[in-house]
Design a protein around this ligand. Sequence first.
Ligand code: DQA
Length: 177
Amino acid sequence: MPKTTSTRKSGKGSEELRKAILVLHGPNLNLLGSREPQHYGLATLEDINQALKTRGEACGVSVDSFQSNHEGQLIDRIQQAKRDGVDFILINPAGFTHTSVALRDAMAATGIPFVEVHLSNVHNREPFRRHSYFSDLALGVIAGLGSQGYELALEFALRHLHVKVASHGSQKTEKTH
Ligand code: DQA
């Protein structure tokens, strides 16, 4: 399984726990940047992950990301998140949104609060994309705002976790198409 890091402790040997947010990306999202840019934009997965990590760091929160094309690996990572004490999940289940009872069950089993994110507006595309196995469990759903949707979801998560948020400064991450 691809490596992810966990940074649950704050600096200087303190035992105080940092808040931890996990970003999960489902199948084919490793292709972002070149994959159907008319739907998914030009930002790469690395661009998105880096922007979220940077914003998290500015607020003293760890933001780890994990992408897999394999349902079982995503399920294992969700179960691991529970063991690690992850506080919040941002998830784009991608194609599994519309198919995976097993991934839904993993999210339900952990009980970790989450926001469901989609780059494209799944409601103005093919009818099969309108159904999600996750939306009724999610605290909220963001769709159609491109990579900015992840950033907005992170801002929500920070406030939900009562993190003292840093001002944005000149951070600029969005690539437009
Ligand atoms: C997606 C929408 C899904 O329908 C699709 O299968 C994806 C990406 C999105 O981010 O817009 O892979 O989740």
